[in-house]
Design a protein around this ligand. Sequence first.
Ligand SMILES: [Zn+2]
Ligand SMILES: [Zn+2]
Length: 130
Amino acid sequence: MAAGLGTGTLATGEAISIRSIRRLACNAGHLPVVLGGESMPVDVGKSRRRFTRHQSHALAVLHDTCGIAGCERPFAWCELHHLTEWSKGGPTDLANALPLCGHHHRKAHDPAYEMRRHRGREYVLKKIRR
Ligand SMILES: [Zn+2]
Ligand SMILES: [Zn+2]
């Protein structure tokens, strides 16, 4: 989990990558996940990780679409992303929330990409050169 490698298993028995788990956990707050290898709950007792319905409504006023500049996916299709990851101390408040479509949400959690503020409330995802 710490290295971001390997796979876990959903309660349904479906294999799932750690990256997907992180993304799903970011969105949903917690998941019934049993990790392969070192068994560790993905989320324990962090009930306020999930954005509330009120926060979601407030965010919908600020954003019509995905928070990535130029992306036209409507807000209703977006997942709410923590700009600073919850696991790194990012709070579940509006200033730390950004709606992202599934495509950009995956990229936001991809270590090969870096998210930077573009202008206003828009962000861009840049591929990190190695
Ligand atoms: Zn996220
Ligand atoms: Zn998008």
